[in-house]
Ligand binder design. Structure first.
Ligand SMILES: Nc1ncnc2c1ncn2[C@@H]1O[C@H](COP(=O)(O)OP(=O)(O)OP(=O)(O)O)[C@@H](O)[C@H]1O
Ligand SMILES: O=C(CO)[C@H](O)[C@H](O)COP(=O)(O)O
Length: 376
């Protein structure tokens, strides 16, 4: 099968519209006046919440993400006004049977076409369109390619966005979802049994078969991420079985692309139990933490939330104590969380930190293109 690059698309489309600009201020972009393509990488194992995170992120930019119009119904791509999310499973060079014959998992580097991944991400970043293959998760086959045009924001999500050095160097911002084994297991069981009809035994054996390759090829990528959302068992309830979560937002210090979020006082170490007159907390309550740390020898700051909200609208109280969130107006985080309250993790730190990370994607985009995006 041949995959081709197409000629560059015009940088500004007919849809493009700059609605306001004032001397000394950056232009406001409503829909996609396209100057540069900013490329975001999102890495995680399967079943770790990548799709949920993508839905939260694209909701910040507005528009409804849809697969390419009139294309393959099993496409993994989601396109909205400003963002195009492509799934790196589409660069599997071995289909399901091919992996079986070779005795490799879908996580093994030999099951990916990194040359094509690099060439196509580079082309999209340069404003060109590409014909990208589709890995069909229904049939396990590699389908005929789909045309992808260069967007304002390209998100590449999947198992290996930072594995190949050439691809990694194309990324403007890197996010890793680091879900501890027990929680990953619980999420996967719940989804694969309820939605995909898999048995408990088959889920367990698939997780065990993937574990060595996950440890060798996927997990090490988290060293290179700019932001890591780490999901751990709660420390508020002994022997909890995943009902409550302790979630940490690990943020690299010193990036020119974004400012890390902080609680109360930048650089300090703070423990805060916000439950009181302004925040309703039933058992086990909420505990926030903020402070400096190191991550594989690099300076980071960590914002942490353990426990869950009872009333999502009261998140505004926590939000009002956070700084550098990149929110465009008071309460934007709470508004986003309420808008997406049906998504998993909406009452805990996973939803909160995914929303903050989405705002950071917007901040990175604005810094690179030097324009302000109007809040959705
Ligand atoms: N924050 C969360 N809290 C609770 N459950 C969650 C959370 N995020 C995801 N899940 C559960 O995990 C499942 C997988 O989530 P999602 O589809 O977003 O992951 P994914 O990484 O895109 O998976 P895949 O790569 O296999 O398609 C969801 O169906 C949901 O049941
Ligand atoms: O890890 C995965 C996605 O992140 C999948 O297991 C991989 O893409 C193979 O897909 P399938 O199991 O549908 O053949």
């Amino acid at each position: 099968m041949a995959f081709t690059m197409r000629a560059p698309a015009p940088r500004a489309t007919a849809q493009s519209r700059v609605t306001a600009s004032r001397a000394g201020r950056r232009a406001l972009v409503v829909k996609a006046q396209k100057d540069k393509t900013v490329v975001i990488g999102l890495a995680a194992d399967s079943g770790c919440g990548k799709s949920t995170f993508m839905r939260r992120m694209t909701s910040i930019f507005g528009g409804v993400p849809k697969p390419p119009a009139g294309g393959n119904p099993d496409s993994n791509t989601l396109i909205s006004d400003m963002t195009t999310v492509i799934c790196l499973d589409d660069y599997h060079c071995l289909d399901r049977n091919g992996r079986k014959v070779k005795g490799v998992t879908a996580l093994a580097p030999e099951a990916q076409n990194f040359d094509l991944m690099y060439n196509q991400v580079k082309a999209l970043k340069e404003g060109k369109s590409v014909d990208k293959p589709i890995y069909n998760h229904v049939t396990g086959l590699i389908d005929a390619p789909e045309k992808i045009d260069s967007p304002n924001i390209l998100v590449i999500e999947g198992l290996h966005p930072f594995y190949d050095k050439r691809v990694s160097e194309l990324l403007d911002f890197k996010i890793y979802l680091d879900i501890s084994d027990d929680i990953k297991f619980a999420w996967k069981i719940q989804r694969d049994m309820a939605e995909r009809g898999h048995s408990l035994e088959s889920i367990k054996s698939s997780i065990e078969a993937r574990k060595p390759d996950f440890d060798a090829y996927i997990d090490p990528q988290k060293r290179d991420a700019d932001m890591i959302i780490q999901v751990l068992p709660t420390q508020l309830v002994p022997d909890d079985k995943g009902q409550y979560l302790r979630v940490r937002l690990i943020q690299k210090e010193g990036s020119k692309m974004f400012d890390p979020v902080y609680l109360f006082d930048e650089g300090s170490t703070i423990s805060w139990i916000p439950c009181g007159r302004k925040l309703t907390c039933s058992f086990p309550g909420i505990k926030m933490f903020y402070g400096p740390d190191t991550w594989y020898g690099q300076e980071v700051s960590v914002l942490e939330m353990d426990g869950q909200f009872d009333k999502l609208e009261e998140l505004i109280y926590v939000e009002s104590h956070l700084s550098n969130t990149s929110a465009k107006f008071y309460g934007e985080i709470t508004q986003q969380m309420l808008k997406n309250s049906g998504f998993p993790g909406s009452n805990n730190g996973t939803g909160l930190f995914q929303t903050i990370c989405g705002l950071k994607v917007r901040e990175v985009y604005e810094r690179i293109v030097k324009k302000d995006v109007v809040a959705a």
